[in-house]
Design a protein around this ligand. Structure first.
Ligand code: C5P
Ligand code: C5P
Length: 458
């Protein structure tokens, strides 16, 4: 059964963001006509990798050339280094909005397609800045970086909307439907024939894993009691009499009905819109699965594999991607078990978890999110995940939509608190990060606690 909501009316999307996107496309077009090699810089998560994929595909559609660098974060020194490169167009994705001043100084044309809260600095005339926050849209819900990249290249190629939504799914922007510009992109992708939407159970890896693993690996929407717990998933399937050793895609219609009823009892959101693209092989044809594989590629620094998958490269890349995902999921399950065991330390307005285990460093943000959505920890209190890195502490903070509605803005809290200790921080209201000196960890936590308290009261 195909399932579509009302088309998102063009008039509901601010015209100004489409205009800004068109300016970016025009600039890119001019450079492609001159034969410039486009320098693309993007982030190492699913959204960043798919954003780079969107841009690379647009460039390839004009037989142009690109040189991509994938980074965990943008540093001022890196921007300085770019200043010594001879490229005439730099295309920043999923980063750059907080560094407009430094970026503006590059003696080249620049496109920034980002969705983070931007700095106050007005970009210079050499910069075309595509960011939802500049147009009254919410960068943690209405548009991801890959969506911003889609809008920035839309006049060159409209065949990449499905990839833009891979990034949005990776950044957890889907909740009970796509909103804002994501909705607009969804409709354009359906029109372009690159996206199919149908109603089904939103289970992970339905084409590649046995059902009990699919259920245990379904992190979003969460299935409390089953998510992250392979034995519990097996037990559940045995209890309801559904064969657990075969793939969801292969079970009988009767079993699918039983499963739907039983899982909906645990979380009604488990049944709903599923996004697929026939353009990709089945294992990544489900866009949420695609996002999961890209995340695993990013966490393991296999950026070439991730970009290759976005460009539609074959079996070899997929095999590696699936293997990386397997390991990554095992790490997530270990991380969640650790949180279940240890719990968090609760302050007045925030709670935190702390680890010196190097494995957790890369997954802290993800397990923090999941532990709130699974209610392993109290979802009413913003959560900071702290990982020791020699002399520094890496911070990943997550909260929930209701807490944001009460005034919490983790991006602002972490930016301000980190800057008091010579660190850096920022991000979105609902998800943010920071790096601070280890010796200041206690004082940093106190300050974030105070700032968050003030945000809720004001
Ligand atoms: O750098 P970037 O903006 O892509 O990272 C956003 C982070 O915020 C992602 O790790 C994403 O999973 C997280 N997020 C979240 N909950 C939301 C929205 C985003 O945990 N509702
Ligand atoms: O690292 P993590 O996934 O927790 O980051 C969450 C969000 O905070 C991302 O959007 C990231 O780009 C942002 N962030 C930031 N400055 C930092 C660390 C993270 O803006 N120093």
């Amino acid at each position: 059964m195909t399932h579509r909501k009302q088309p998102y009316s063009l008039s509901k999307l601010p015209d100004s963001i489409l205009k800004r996107g068109s300016e970016a496309s025009k600039l890119l077009e001019e450079h492609l006509e001159k034969g410039s090699i486009i320098r693309v810089i993007s982030h190492n998560d699913a959204d960043g990798l798919s954003a780079a994929g969107v841009v690379a595909r647009a460039i390839s559609s004009r037989n142009g050339q690109f040189h991509i660098s994938i980074l965990s974060r943008l540093r001022k020194e890196f921007i300085k280094k770019l200043g010594r490169e001879k490229y005439s167009l730099f295309f920043f994705c999923d980063m750059g909005s907080a560094y407009l001043e430094e970026i503006s100084r590059l003696k080249a044309d620049i496109i920034v397609a980002d969705h983070h809260q931007p700095s106050e600095f007005e970009a210079d005339s050499n910069v075309v800045h595509v960011n939802p926050h500049l147009h009254g849209l919410d960068g943690s819900r209405d548009l991801s970086a890959s969506g911003a990249a889609y809008l920035a290249t839309r006049n060159i190629s409209r065949n990449t909307g499905q990839l833009a939504l891979v990034g949005a799914l990776g950044d957890m922007q889907y909740s009970d439907g796509f909103t804002g510009a994501n909705r607009f992109i969804m409709d354009e992708a359906i029109e372009a024939g690159v996206l199919q939407v149908h109603s089904d159970l939103k289970l992970a890896s339905r084409y590649t894993e046995p059902l009990y693993r699919s259920i245990a690996y379904t992190f979003n929407p969460p299935l409390p009691g089953l998510t992250g717990d392979i034995e519990a998933s097996k037990g559940f399937l045995e209890r309801i009499g559904v064969s657990y050793g075969i793939k969801y895609a292969d079970i009988s219609p009767e079993e699918k009905d039983i499963l739907r009823d039983e899982l909906s009892r645990i979380n009604p959101d488990i049944f709903g819109e599923v996004f697929t693209s026939r353009e990709f092989q089945p294992a990544v044809g489900d866009l949420s699965d695609f996002a999961g594989i890209l995340d695993a590629c990013g966490k393991n620094r296999k950026y070439g594999i991730g970009i290759g998958l976005c460009l539609g490269e074959g079996e070899g890349a997929l095999e590696v991607g699936l293997e990386l995902q397997k390991n990554y999921r095992e790490e997530l399950i270990r991380g969640l078990a650790w949180i279940r065991r240890e719990g968090s330390t609760v302050m007045e307005n925030i709670q935190y978890i702390y680890s010196e285990d190097r494995v957790f460093k890369g997954i802290m943000g993800t397990i923090a999110s999941i532990s709130l959505s699974l209610k392993l920890l109290n979802p009413d209190i913003p959560l900071l995940g702290l990982s020791r890195m020699d002399q520094h502490v890496k911070v990943s903070a997550r909260t929930t939509r209701p807490a944001v509605e009460r005034g919490v803005n983790l991006g602002a809290a972490l930016r301000d608190a980190a800057s008091s200790f010579g660190g850096t921080g920022g991000g979105h209201d609902i998800a943010a990060g920071a790096m601070v000196p280890y010796r200041d960890m206690e004082s940093f936590l106190q300050l974030v606690d105070e700032i968050t308290g003030a945000q809720i009261k004001s």
